[in-house]
Design a protein around this ligand. Structure first.
Ligand SMILES: [Zn+2]
Length: 301
């Protein structure tokens, strides 16, 4: 995997967001790019900043709005600048950083760092919908004492199923309770429309025998025979993603409890799926924050 992620340096970040005010302006402008439809006087208004407050007021009726309402920043005693800096740190590295590192960098308590970490990571929960064409599917086990050890039915490890859309290089990774067909097949048909035009590439694991019955074309690579690719038949892309995830867990987090494994996968998936994006990761996360804000811009109540 090559990473050509758009660079966003700490210098650029500091220049753009020197203080809490510039951060709040960014949220306000992001939520109301076309002006605020004032819920009181019903005019489309500019609203102006209330000095020293996290509020903006309507220039006609003085009604106030709080741009952080309904966002991850709402009611947080942590300064906005620290939130933005945490987002910058979590977006700036290829492998992410831990809550422990955030604690040190921000000079906040571990409890606060962990809360921010979880909230920011929630911005990276983004699923790829509807994969068509050539899709690799593979399961692996993560966690336990020997995270890197391949094998099925491993003790103390959590099963994970990954789908990779080969042409687009997009991944969906899901924590599952087991690797039985009744668990894995719904994950496949919820992501890939059932058609012989869609080819599911797997290894020879018996669970995948159902793929053809569901109406897909099935490309099988016989790992048991020491074959790792036969023309288009391979699962090398998804295996590359697994090694990235496992390296990350070992290097950054050391261990991940099964409870948080899905949010960890979401973070890796987000990075992977946007790795060729022209938009810096920080801005992608900011856009997600704006998209998830409730109520959305223009529907103030
Ligand atoms: Zn108004």
């Amino acid at each position: 995997m090559t990473t050509k992620t758009a660079k966003y340096t700490i210098k650029e970040f500091n220049e753009k967001y020197p203080d809490d005010d510039t951060c709040l302006d960014r949220i306000f402008e992001g939520r109301y790019p076309d002006g605020v439809p004032c819920p009181v006087c019903k005019k489309i208004t500019k609203y102006y900043r209330k000095t020293g407050r996290k509020a903006y007021a309507c220039e006609f009726c003085a009604n106030q709005i709080y741009p952080t309402a309904g966002t991850i920043f709402h009611k947080s005693p942590t300064p906005l600048r620290s939130w933005f800096y945490a987002m910058f740190l979590m977006s700036a590295t290829r492998c992410g950083i831990s809550a422990k590192q955030l604690e040190r960098e921000l000079g906040v308590t571990y409890k606060t760092a962990w809360r921010m970490f979880k909230q920011i990571r929630s911005l990276m929960d983004e699923r790829v919908k509807s994969m068509n064409g050539h899709i690799e599917v593979d399961e692996t086990y993560i966690g336990g004492k020997h995270s890197g050890t391949p094998g099925r039915g491993a003790e103390g490890k959590t099963p994970v199923v990954g789908l990779i859309h080969r042409e687009q290089g997009q991944v969906n990774a899901t924590v599952t309770k087991d690797v039985k067909a009744r668990t894995i097949m719904p994950i496949i048909w919820n992501n890939v429309p059932r058609s012989t035009e869609n080819t599911i590439h797997t290894d020879e694991f018996a669970t995948y025998n159902y793929v053809r019955k569901l109406g897909y074309s099935h490309g099988v690579v016989q790992h048991g025979k020491g074959i790792y690719a036969e023309g288009l038949n391979h699962v090398n892309t998804v295996e590359g993603f697994w090694s990235l995830v496992k390296r990350g867990i070992n290097g950054v987090y050391h261990a991940v409890s099964p409870k948080y494994l899905q949010t960890y996968l979401n973070e890796y998936q987000f990075r992977y799926n946007h790795r060729k994006s022209e938009t810096p990761m920080f801005d992608l996360m900011m856009n997600r924050m704006l998209a998830l804000a409730v109520p959305p811009a223009g529907r103030l109540s």
